[in-house]
Ligand binder design. Structure first.
Ligand code: PMP
Length: 402
């Protein structure tokens, strides 16, 4: 029997990263390919205590069905936390989701008809392309510069009438780039008198280990923005707890879509996470993650400075988990991947983060899941592979001349 799948299943690519992660499952490989938080940062004991407390004190209710919007004290906690950026959020504007990844799907579901335009950054988060791709939109992209989106290009794209602009303004996955205060203001300004919704995906905002803390886009834009958040990078990704912070007129539709998708996110997990948040010094915990990642980021930047040949460019992120490398024009990071894997080091070739398969000379490196020694060794091996590739490309040029 031949299965009759929906058209959308033929337009969505399987996650390239998932394919790569299969290759790098071997523990002898130093992998900068994944996007995993450091498991040493997981508050295992504290979450154990929170779980026991929830079960002992309110086990029956914690195991019951609950509301689609999510556990009210947790939504109030999330809303309150925005106050540190001068944002007055109301718990009614917060919807608990199953990771922020579900937020992407719900946004796609309530806004996108087949053929609608979605603007994304260039490059952008791969799984956002995959998630929105399910609704068969047309993607357009807006280049990223060192200090955020190219605002002139954004203005032009907005004139073409996209429904959504998807952005990761803080420590972007894959580049580590952060919008400056100026860029945030300018980007918000570009959305004045425009119907497109600004989708602000902010999983890394709390993981700033240097530089000036900047508020989410919501602070710069009164409305017309949905801010996504998650506990994946500050508590644990396995708990699958995220949220959408959206204006009430959008919230109604999101709740309807969420109800149809899964009734609600695990109530038990919501109760446990809330208990953990209520009983612990969460800000202190986040500071520990920041210091841990700063050490790892510094180890990677220093190793790159030391070993990479001239002509290779890279970002120096002030937070988050990723760093972006641009090889000299003409070099292929896919070819580099094949060479590096022989020497047991892995990364993600950058092509996957572009809507049109360009960016062939780019790559993403993750530093949060390797310790300093492995980062040093891995970058040294990667540098060796880059040098070999450079040598080979010089020979190619000579061959052509001959
Ligand atoms: N958005 C971005 C930019 C991410 O990097 C990630 C995690 N890789 C997610 C969303 C999804 O995170 P989660 O579903 O775990 O909250």
């Amino acid at each position: 029997m031949t299965q009759q799948f929906a058209d959308r299943m033929y337009s969505v690519k399987r996650s390239f990263i998932r394919e790569i992660l299969k290759v790098v499952d071997d523990p002898s490989i130093i992998s900068f390919a994944g996007g995993l938080p450091n498991p040493k940062s997981f508050p295992v004991e504290e979450v154990t205590a929170a779980t026991i407390k929830v079960m002992k004190e309110s086990g029956e209710s914690a195991m019951q069905y609950s509301t689609t919007e999510g556990y009210l004290p947790l939504r109030e906690y999330i809303a309150r936390r925005y106050a540190k950026y001068g944002i007055k959020a109301d718990a009614g504007e917060i919807l608990i989701t199953t990771g922020s990844q579900q937020g992407l799907d719900l946004i796609g579901k309530i806004f996108l008809n087949k053929g609608d335009t979605v603007a994304v950054e260039r490059p952008t988060y791969l799984a956002a392309i995959q998630s929105f791709g399910m609704y068969e939109p047309r993607f357009v992209d807006v280049p990223l510069m060192g200090d955020g989106v190219d605002v002139e290009a954004l203005r032009q794209v907005l004139e073409s009438g996209p429904k959504l602009f998807y952005s990761v303004p803080s420590f972007q996955n894959p580049t580590g780039i952060t919008y400056s205060h100026e860029k945030r203001k300018q980007a918000a300004d570009a959305f004045k008198d425009c119907d497109a919704v600004f989708i602000e995906d902010n999983p890394y905002g709390d993981i700033r280990f240097m530089g000036e803390d900047l508020p989410p886009m919501r602070r710069y834009m009164g409305s017309g923005v949905i801010t996504m958040g998650t506990f994946s990078k500050t508590i644990s990704p396995g708990m699958r707890l995220g949220w959408l912070y959206a204006p009430s007129e959008i919230m109604d539709k999101l709740i309807t879509a969420k109800q149809a998708a899964d009734l609600h996110t695990s109530y038990f997990v919501q109760r446990v996470v809330y208990q953990y948040l209520a009983d612990n010094d969460v800000e202190g915990h986040i500071k520990k993650i920041q210091s841990m990642y700063k050490v790892q980021r510094d180890a990677m930047v220093h190793a790159i400075e030391r070993y990479f040949p001239a002509g290779v460019e890279y970002t120096k992120p002030e937070g988050g988990m990723f760093l972006w490398v641009i090889l000299p024009e003409g070099l292929s990071s896919t070819k580099l991947f094949d060479m590096a894997i022989q020497d047991k080091v892995a990364f993600v070739p950058g092509e996957a983060f572009f809507i049109d398969g360009s960016g062939r000379n780019t790559l993403r490196l993750n530093y949060s899941s390797s310790d300093e020694a492995r980062i040093e060794a891995g970058i040294r091996r990667l540098a060796k592979a880059i040098n070999t590739l450079l040598e080979e490309s010089k020979n190619d040029i000579i061959d052509i001349r001959w």
